[in-house]
Design a protein around this ligand. Structure first.
Ligand code: SF4
Ligand code: SF4
Length: 149
């Protein structure tokens, strides 16, 4: 059992030491660069292979094709013009355990872990993250619109 005097010495030593904890939420918490928080999705890179969906242990991610009716067209030269399939991603944060298995499974690097961990909400519907496909031109228009504001 520790002697009272040695405990007092420890107390005094620690009183003058820099705090080991962070002042969160009063100060923004810094997290490690490998921290696994909200999963981000880049629809421009996704090929719809569904590997992330198959490997998710929590059944939290869906990849949805948004143009299933599009058929390949035949050009004037008789060559088939392949359809550029478009996908969107739905991640249910009420199920996700932030294991990042989907990130590891995605060979196209369309998924990544962000450091965005402040996800608490009183509204369950806001915990379903949907990244919709946008054409590159639409993305550009959106970013230009943001810059003008
Ligand atoms: S981080 Fe894990 S639980 Fe969350 S969507 Fe990816 S694989 Fe599923
Ligand atoms: S593993 Fe990657 S490329 Fe395949 S469906 Fe998932 S996000 Fe898209």
């Amino acid at each position: 059992m520790a002697k009272p005097l040695s405990v007092f010495g420890e107390l005094v030593r620690n009183f003058f030491k820099k705090a080991s904890t962070q002042g969160y939420p009063f100060k923004k918490a810094s997290v490690d660069s490998n921290f696994r928080a909200q999963i981000k999705y880049d629809p421009a890179l996704c090929v719809g292979c569904q590997l992330c969906v198959k490997n998710c242990p929590a059944d939290a991610i869906k990849i949805i094709q948004i143009n299933p009716e599009d058929k390949p067209q035949v050009g004037a030269d008789g060559k088939v013009i392949p359809v550029h399939r478009k996908f969107e991603c739905k991640i249910d944060l009420t199920r996700c355990i932030f294991c990042a298995q989907c990130v590891d499974s995605c060979f196209k690097k369309a998924l990544s872990s962000s450091q965005d961990f402040e996800l608490a909400s009183t509204d369950r519907s806001s915990l379903v993250y949907i990244k919709k496909y946008q054409d590159a031109s639409q993305d550009k228009a959106d970013s230009e619109e943001k810059e003008q504001k």
